[in-house]
Design a protein around this ligand. Structure first.
Ligand code: UTP
Length: 290
């Protein structure tokens, strides 16, 4: 069985839920205090054993590419001014992983974005981490690593899921479970944004996937689905007719940074974990509650 070594991060969406800032800044670059969301996502991938990353950006999002490149001018300036800690911080970002880029200049949907990764992925199973889904599992195993460990047991495609409230299932891709073994769920259907009464469960796909390369064949013939977009969900559904597909109910918290309230929650939670901030933030929150 081939090891999961490669990951793709789709980051070419319009970010309409976060306008107007996304007119000038990709939502994947929205900072959780001082670190862009996509950096946390790359760190999760590296901590899960990923060796190579492909970011799907577009002509207006080259700022992501620039951020993860070595900036010799800035590095030299920091060294000249004896700012060693800042130099280390900046140098680390430019060298943390082997990252390549492909552009999706017309956002035709997540399935279309993923199809652009075929050459990068080749004939290997691979991971997808959505560029606006931030995961945190403090003191535990990174979310993607939990899924890779599950893949090593079953050798099949796996969707990262968690249970959500029934009132919000219409916002997600929702799986139909056949059998449940601990956190691993064998599934028989994956429905994009179902009506509440038609949802096959409350297990929603939350931005992490492990897929076999078979998905690329299916994406080539995928017709537009919900919203006129090429939906990854539709091809995963077809994949189930050919291969077994599982869901994994991962341990950890997921923040939808592309949603305003999800972003606010991430800022609050992450600031309460930072030594230099937590007391001040907690005190401030307490003062508001009074
Ligand atoms: P979303 O549906 O959350 O992104 O896609 P969006 O379309 O940018 O969001 P809104 O609804 O307009 O606010 C999930 C991920 O897939 C990427 C997005 O960048 C995001 O990280 N994506 C989506 C693409 O790369 N290309 C697409 O065509 C669509």
């Amino acid at each position: 069985m081939k090891k999961i070594r490669k990951a793709i991060i789709p980051a070419a969406g319009l970010g309409t839920r976060f306008l107007p800032v996304t007119k000038g800044l990709p939502k994947e670059m929205l900072p959780i205090i001082d670190i862009p969301t996509v950096q946390y996502i790359i760190e999760e991938a590296i901590d899960s054993g990923i060796e190579e990353i492909l970011i799907i950006d577009n002509v207006d999002k080259t700022i992501i590419h620039k951020y993860f490149s070595v900036d010799e001018k800035l590095e030299n300036k920091l060294l000249e001014t004896n700012k060693k800690d800042e130099y280390d911080l900046v140098h680390h970002i430019g060298t943390m992983c082997k990252i390549s880029y492909v552009q999706q200049n017309d956002p035709k949907g997540l399935g279309h974005a993923v199809s652009l990764a075929e050459e990068f992925v080749g004939d290997e199973p691979f991971a997808i981490l959505l560029g606006d889904d931030l995961m945190s599992n403090v003191g535990g195993t990174p979310v993607l690593k939990q899924m890779i460990d599950a893949y090593d047991k079953v050798g099949s495609s796996i969707l990262g899921v968690q249970e959500v409230a029934r009132e919000v299932v219409h916002k997600y891709g929702v799986v139909k479970p056949v059998s449940i073994d601990g956190r691993l769920i064998k599934i028989s259907d994956f429905v994009e944004k179902p009506k509440t009464e038609e949802a096959p469960s409350c297990y929603a796909g939350l931005g992490r996937y492990i897929l076999t390369p078979k998905i690329f064949e299916l994406l080539k013939t995928q017709t537009p689905g919900k919203g006129g977009e090429i939906q990854l969900t539709d091809s995963i559904k077809r994949l189930m007719d050919i291969e077994g597909v599982y869901a994994y109910d991962f341990e950890g918290t997921r923040y939808d940074v592309g949603d305003k309230f999800g972003f606010v929650k991430a800022i609050i939670d992450f600031s309460l974990r930072r030594d230099e901030l937590k007391d001040k933030v907690q005190e401030y929150i307490n003062s508001l509650v009074k």
